[in-house]
Design a protein around this ligand. Sequence first.
Ligand SMILES: [Zn+2]
Length: 416
Amino acid sequence: MARSRYFILFISFGFLLSCNKKLKTLTYNASEKIDEIAMVRSDKKERCDCLDPNNYIPDARFPQFDDIKYIRVNFHYPNASDSSYNFVREEAVIYSKGLLQSGNNKLKKNKKMNLPEGNDTPVYDAGYRYLLQKDPTTTTGYAVYEDIDDENWYFIKKGKNKNNYSRTVIKKFARNDDTILNIFAMAYPPDSIGRKGFSSGRAGIALGNSLKIAGIRKYGVNGAWRFSALMNHEIGHVYGLRHSWYKNDGCDDTPPNPNCWGSKKEGPCAGVTSNNMMDYNNQQIAITPCQIGMVKKSMHRESGKARKLLVKDWCEYDANKSLIISEDLQLDRAIDMKGDIIIEANASLRLSCRVHMPKGGKIIVQPGATLILNGCKIHNDCGESWGGIEVQSKGKVSGKIEYLGRVTIDNLPDNL
Ligand SMILES: [Zn+2]
């Protein structure tokens, strides 16, 4: 009896002791300080391909750094001086909004791939959307422009007067094309329509940060939805996607195929045909995990032109977007964080690519946790400062920082 009482006393004393170990926190917000306390494990970076699209496939475990990205867009409706060949004023706005709504809907409600037959390729929300910009200088208040040019208002994709690759209208009328994707919605010349060999079907082309789509008048102002798959295809090109019927499109989940517009009774197009966004077909409604990864990869490339078209919504700190790491993780991709990164006891996080931390956001390394900086770059992409690395310790157990290769830590308050 007496013995068991001692035992209870002993246990509670031990418990008290462990509770008495106070949590200590030290925040390092100068890169030299972090360099000083980090353990250099190797002067070489461990192999990691930060540009592998497969590293950017959506991961349901980490929605925190995979928020929807928004692409800024404006619209142009080239027209002749009598304004008779294209949509004008409110009609042009209605058309633009209809097109974007339908395009966004397709990205959100992505469909399962038809090919290869019997595939189990997962289906994810594409993870990006388009956002029509406003412009108080226009009568409608939207960044929707009527470009008057009697020589260049039309689009011809074949023959002597072919101008589909021409950048003339773009050079002349594009606005803020370093930060906004310019969509030129064009008409065919009326004297070509009906001529032998002329197809008035949908056509499009991506040229840098702009694109042209043609044939839009055919279905009237409420027919915008008929062009949204084409628009998604062209914007896919702007974000690095290649035609998927070829073998070398950089994705294994888009099988080479005969690129059939639709299914036929016999011949190479008999049976199941592609519905992929980057093939030419009458659906273009499926974007695969690897293709999403490819788009996301180019959205995260710091110096990439296509990244500059995105709404920069990762600057402000949001505690709800913090990332908690509770088991070992190697992040072989760039990320734009909106909250803190918290590494819990006994877990490790290896960062190998570019990591943006929001204003004041911290990387917190709890007692017994390890932050491995594998030749990565940590910065604030918005010209402000982030909160630094907080290393926590309890008794003899401390958080650790390890370096492999050259680590770049920018935009800390004490470095500014
Ligand atoms: Zn194409």
